[in-house]
Every structure is written in C-alpha cells, then in structure tokens.
Design a protein around this ligand. Structure first.
Ligand code: DX5
Ligand code: ZN
Length: 233
C-alpha cells in the first residue's frame, strides 16, 4: 500500500484545521510535519505548540520530519505533542543509534533521513532498527523546489538493498513530488510520498489528492498482477 503524506509547510495557516481535515477525508493517511530550526536548514518553520493544537483535529499518522541539529534534545516533547513517528537527519546528530533507541523507548516509529549529498550507504548500518528511511529529493529547507532526478537512482539502490535482505523498512521520499512524477517515484521504490505544493496549491485539495490516489491504485493493481504471474511460474 502506498501512502501520501501531505506536507503542512505548504498549507494555508489561516485555515489550517480545515485543510488538514480535507487531506484526511481525501485519503491521506499521514500528515508530514516539517520542523526547521534555522540552523540545520536556513529557515524556521513551526514546532510543538502547532502540533499540539492540530492533534485533536486529525486522526492521521503524525509523521514528524525534524530538520534540527541535535534532534535528541527534543524527542520527548515531540512525542508528547502527538508525533506517531519521528524522522531525524543522520547529518544532524553525532549518535544516530542513541536517537533511534530513544525514539523507540518513547513508543513511536523511528525514521532516519539523508540529504541529497549523503551517500545512501550511510543509512545501511541502521536499517535493522528503523521503521523508515526518508530520502530527500530536494535540499531540505524549503517547499516548492524541483525534484532532483538523481534521487531516482538513490531510491532504487535503497529499495534493492532492503528487498534483498527482506527488511521491514519503508522508504519515504520528500521534495518536488507531484502528479507528473509520482509514478516514477513509486516505480523507483518509494512507499510513502511527501507532497506539499502539489497537495495544497493550485486546485482543490481533494482534486490534487485524487491524482496521487489514482497513481497509487494503478501501481497497486500492477503489483498484484505481477505477483500473480510470479506465483504461476
Ligand atoms: C523540505 C521539506 C518538504 C517540503 C515538500 O525541506 O522537508 O517536506 O515541504 O514540499 P514540496 O512538495 O512543495 O516540495
Ligand atoms: Zn519534509
């Protein structure tokens, strides 16, 4: 099953609650919450108070993407504010192992993310202990950037590595995903697609999300057919 994770960064904060509900109604199982500290990335977004106030609005999985230095400082607070999963950047911490342990001890899923310039191999040592790897397909920091095509090869490399070892790790891809490239992103091996601009801008949220859902459905159908063929062999 493929999952859409709308990124709040692109929402209209004046009517945030309403827009979140629209994404939920349209079938987005996750809500992607980008936390930026102005140090690890150049901009500052939002944090705990916002999360706390929207937690009651949505039943979605709160997929928190921490773009902050030394993320271990705030793990507990983000869980208390309603995170269901916390993804931190490998580049932002001196001790990824400890951060993963702490996230699990708090009772939520752990994800590890890498920027476009970090080799995919850097996450291999953690794949037996995280639920998710987040591959950035833009430089983290801003919404609305174009998808970097180099990401396809990186997603494929990680997909192959995970599949060969039958590891139960999901691949999330974040940045520049829209109706034009979502098929290629899931074909490359993504399980979860983050999308900000393509969900909240231009058309209505429900129309925008329906495009993603259509692509997911078609791919799931295709996967079912090829599974069937494999079994017949
Ligand atoms: C970038 C963020 C992304 C971003 C995605 O640092 O991590 O989640 O908001 O936005 P779009 O889909 O507009 O590229
Ligand atoms: Zn993000």
């Amino acid at each position: 099953m493929y999952i859409l994770a709308p990124s709040l960064l692109a929402a209209d904060f004046n009517i945030l609650g309403q827009q979140i509900l629209e994404t939920q109604k349209a079938g987005a199982k996750y809500l992607h919450i980008d936390v930026m500290d102005g140090v690890f990335v150049p901009s500052i977004s939002f944090g705990m108070p916002l999360m706390k106030s929207i937690r009651g609005t949505s039943e979605q999985f709160f997929d928190v993407h921490l773009m902050i230095t030394e993320p271990e400082r705030y793990l507990k607070e983000f869980v208390e504010c309603g995170a269901d999963g916390i993804t931190f950047h490998l580049e932002a911490t001196g001790c990824a192992e400890k951060a993963i342990e702490e996230i699990h001890a708090l009772g939520v899923e752990a994800g590890i993310s890498i920027k476009p310039g970090t080799p995919v191999e850097a996450v291999y040592p953690y794949l037996d202990r995280v639920e998710m790897v987040l591959i950035m397909s833009v430089e983290p920091g801003f919404g609305g950037q174009p998808f970097m095509p180099e990401a396809y090869q990186r997603i494929r490399q990680l997909r192959d590595y995970i599949d060969e070892r039958r590891l139960p790790v999901k691949i999330e891809v974040d940045g520049g995903i829209g109706k034009k490239n979502v098929r290629e992103v899931i074909d490359a091996g993504a399980d979860i697609c983050v999308a900000g601009s393509a969900v909240f801008k231009k058309r209505s949220i429900s129309v925008n999300i329906s495009r993603f859902m259509k692509a997911f459905k078609e791919k799931e159908e295709k996967n079912r057919c090829s599974d069937g063929k494999d079994r017949q062999k």
